[in-house]
Write a protein that binds this ligand. Sequence first.
Ligand SMILES: NC(=O)c1ccc[n+]([C@@H]2O[C@H](COP(=O)([O-])OP(=O)(O)OC[C@H]3O[C@@H](n4cnc5c(N)ncnc54)[C@H](OP(=O)(O)O)[C@@H]3O)[C@@H](O)[C@H]2O)c1
Length: 304
Amino acid sequence: MAQTNWTTANIPDLSGKNILITGANSGLGFHAAMALSGKGANIIMAVRNLDKGNEAAALIKTRYPNAKLDVMPLDLSDLDSIKHFSEAFHAKYNSLDVLMNNAGVMAIPKRETTRQGFEMQFGTNHLGHFALTGLLLDLIKKTPGSRITTQSSGLHKAIDTIRFDDINWTRSYTKWKAYAQSKLANLLFTYELDRQLKAHHIDAIATASHPGFAETNLQRHSGFLVAYLANKLLAQTAEMGSLPILRAATENNLKGSEYFGPTKMSEMRGYPELVQSNNASHDMEAAKNLWDISEKLTGIHYEF
Ligand SMILES: NC(=O)c1ccc[n+]([C@@H]2O[C@H](COP(=O)([O-])OP(=O)(O)OC[C@H]3O[C@@H](n4cnc5c(N)ncnc54)[C@H](OP(=O)(O)O)[C@@H]3O)[C@@H](O)[C@H]2O)c1
């Protein structure tokens, strides 16, 4: 049953739980790490820049001196880095209670590619997290009641299908459509992953969230209007924007495939509630195609 005005006060005690957050040094990931530290979890902060990660961890410690924080390097735009991260993670941890696939890039002005040549937004936001989740699946499987929570965006609605005939935007590139595709992919992935976990009777679920419009570093490529004016006038705080992913990651008794986001001002602001993603995100054939392509492109095959 949806509660109103869900806040971090609703998060249960998480002592002893291992929670991995991608992009934990900035914006929503940082505020999620802060909130979960207050609940006693062991937070693994997966960051592409260790200096920024250590600074963020130090800031969390000023509020929670006993926070259990492990800053580890991870570049989601490089499959080799993801594999190294997975090896290092396996060497340290025997369980993974919550994987928060949060990191992302948005609206990169000119088409850029990841180390392996994928369009940067699709490659980082979707393929990077697809590979990471697949490589950590063994730990997820052996952790009772585990959860994978992926950060999407209301902007997934700006596109009504995955561009299967040119998934890496080589023929033409539109920065917002490429971002929208990556965020639609986050949802198709979440729902298909949840179906697969259930089909294989694994005690884990996949959930998703979107933050509405929150003031973070994400808008740095969005131009003056969005990056400055809209951020100042319309956006909610990053702390508020972190609530949907926190709810999707921690609320007890979820069944899987829930999608949380704010409900006020066309879902741009407010407390997290269950919200609806577009029809395209529920297209099971598209989800299967995307899964097959993602396995092929990343070379990571899921062993359920
Ligand atoms: N803010 C919003 O209004 C909004 C709306 C809808 C969806 N979202 C989603 O929310 C998520 C978090 O974004 P945010 O708003 O918190 O933005 P942010 O402040 O820019 O944080 C993004 C995080 O992702 C990290 N990151 C980017 N590329 C990476 C890579 N290749 N490997 C590893 N980490 C990488 C960034 O690291 P660096 O600090 O090193 O750059 C940063 O820690 C994203 O998935 C975004 O799409 C945000």
